[in-house]
Unconditional design. Structure first.
Length: 139
């Protein structure tokens, strides 16, 4: 069994965003040479997420509205975490809801997706460099 590791670096210029990283993950898979196996894609930061869903702007808007309703950014004084001088407690909660990672099957050198599935990086406290790990195991 082979193992391949790659980091995808992100620098989202806004506080929150959803970025389709499927092309970068597919490029890593091609680079790995692995044809059958599993691929793990995970956010390496506790205020960011990786998830699978549809690449549809209305859905992304709905995610944003839902998450902001669930864990609003302001007032920042509502969160104990922010007593440390941070202002990103809401980002930690949003990450917990959207998830840390995804695992996908690799079949015949391709991501074995269902209809419309794409891999997204969810940023909840951006404006700085962060990374996503791509780890591929297989033959």
């Amino acid at each position: 069994m082979k193992s391949f590791r790659k980091e995808i670096w992100m620098n989202v210029p806004t506080r929150r965003a959803f970025v389709n990283i499927t092309p970068q993950v597919e490029a890593a898979l091609r680079e790995s040479g692995i044809r059958e196996g599993l691929i793990l894609v995970n956010a390496m930061h506790i205020s960011a997420s990786v998830f699978i869903n549809d690449d549809e702007s209305g859905l992304h808007h709905d995610f944003e509205v839902f998450l902001e309703r669930l864990a609003p950014h302001a007032p920042i004084s509502q969160y104990r975490h922010n007593d440390t001088g941070e202002d990103n407690a809401d980002a930690h909660i949003k990450r917990q809801v959207m998830g840390r990672e995804v695992v996908c099957a690799v079949t015949e050198g391709r991501l074995d997706f269902g209809p419309w599935e794409q891999i997204f990086y969810g940023e909840f406290d951006g404006r700085r460099k962060k990374r996503v790990l791509v780890k591929i195991l297989g033959e």
